[in-house]
Design a protein around this ligand. Structure first.
Ligand code: UDP
Length: 327
């Protein structure tokens, strides 16, 4: 298939591109490189520099390439930032998705995969959280993804576009091939911050609150390896002709912040200084995915579910690329 990957220079997108080209697909990456890295794009993929807010550029992209499907990662993705700059999310994220969908409809491209989020579940009634859970977006970021899920519903009904909305829990880890990993300019994510502390690039890691109603008082999350996420995209892509679908994606296992730091101490052999700080606004106590539906329907079987694999591959990446892609 000829696949367009928007945001293919970003953390998750670049790992999915790698698995797509490994599987023999022909890939075009479209990315504005605001947060992504040109070096993260597998050299077997074609790279086009551009912005989804430029409807003319998007049209030209589709005029020039006969795409069979689109995987959409390009997005603002930070919960905290969205609480401060909601228009980036409720504006740009939604408008850019509309530009993309318009070009798809105009060019009769009928397969779409959305990178969605667990931030749709701010008030879960059951744990693990499966696809039947009530949608309560936790931020303008989550709301922007929910709006795009609704756009897709109507594109399916009106235009026969088939989509999969994949709601990731905490994407983590790095390619087991060792050539790409997580590299954000302003890092906010737990595992890279812990590992930067292990490397001595930071003095300590701050635990955001230890008074949550969890087993040790720190927040519990479901960490899923980015390569397992990538495989889920490939399975979903091949299943689309049988209909649109929505899946929650995680390992179904929750680890607290303290447990993650302890596991990283074991894996790295470093002391990793930690201190307790204030809660971070917007963090729910516990998020664990119920992913039985994608396992049952598509046979998705995570290969790197253990903390050893998740933190271990991330550690290999950070150790060998302490400055990320700059090295
Ligand atoms: N966290 C923390 N200290 C940090 C960064 C994150 O205690 O410096 C916690 C955060 O409160 C959350 C978990 O680690 O409970 C995962 O946060 P991350 O930002 O990696 O992902 P999110 O759950 O926000 O998608």
């Amino acid at each position: 298939m000829n696949i367009l990957v928007t945001g293919g220079a970003g953390y998750i997108g670049s790992h999915v591109v790698e698995e797509l080209v490994e599987a023999g697909e022909s890939v075009v990456v479209f990315d504005n490189l605001y947060t992504g890295h040109r070096e993260a794009v597998d050299p077997r993929a074609k790279f086009v520099l551009g912005d989804l807010n430029d409807a003319g550029a998007v049209k030209r992209l589709f005029d020039e390439h006969p795409f069979d499907g689109v995987l959409h990662f390009a997005s603002h993705t930070l919960v905290g930032e969205s609480m401060q700059q909601p228009f980036l999310y409720l504006g740009d994220n939604v408008t850019n998705a509309l530009n993309l969908l318009r070009a798809m409809v105009d060019h009769n491209v009928k397969r779409f995969i959305l990178s969605s989020t667990a931030n749709l579940f701010d008030a879960p009634e059951r744990m693990p959280i499966d696809e039947k859970e009530r949608i309560v977006p936790g931020s303008p970021y989550g709301e922007s993804k929910f709006i795009i899920e609704r756009l897709l519903y109507w594109m399916d009904r009106v235009h026969g576009l088939r989509y999969a909305a994949l709601r990731y829990f905490n994407a983590a880890g790095a390619s087991p091939r060792g050539n790409r990993g997580e590299d954000h300019l302003h890092e906010t994510h737990l595992i890279p911050l812990i590992l930067q502390t292990a490397l001595g690039l930071r003095e300590k890691i701050t635990i955001f609150g230890d008074d949550y109603p969890t087993r040790d008082g720190t927040c519990i999350r479901d960490y899923i390896h980015v390569t397992d996420l990538a495989q889920a995209h490939i399975l979903a892509l091949h299943a689309l002709d049988k209909g649109s679908r929505t899946y929650n994606l995680g390992n179904g296992l929750g680890y607290s912040v303290k447990e993650m730091i302890d596991a990283a101490r074991q894996i790295t052999g470093q002391p990793i200084k930690a201190e307790i700080g204030a809660r971070r606004p917007g963090d729910p106590a516990t998020l664990i995915a119920g992913s039985e539906t994608i396992k049952r329907e598509l046979g998705w079987a995570p290969e790197f579910a253990s903390l050893e694999a998740i933190i271990g591959t991330a550690w290999d990446w950070h150790r060998t690329h302490p400055k990320g892609y700059e090295v």
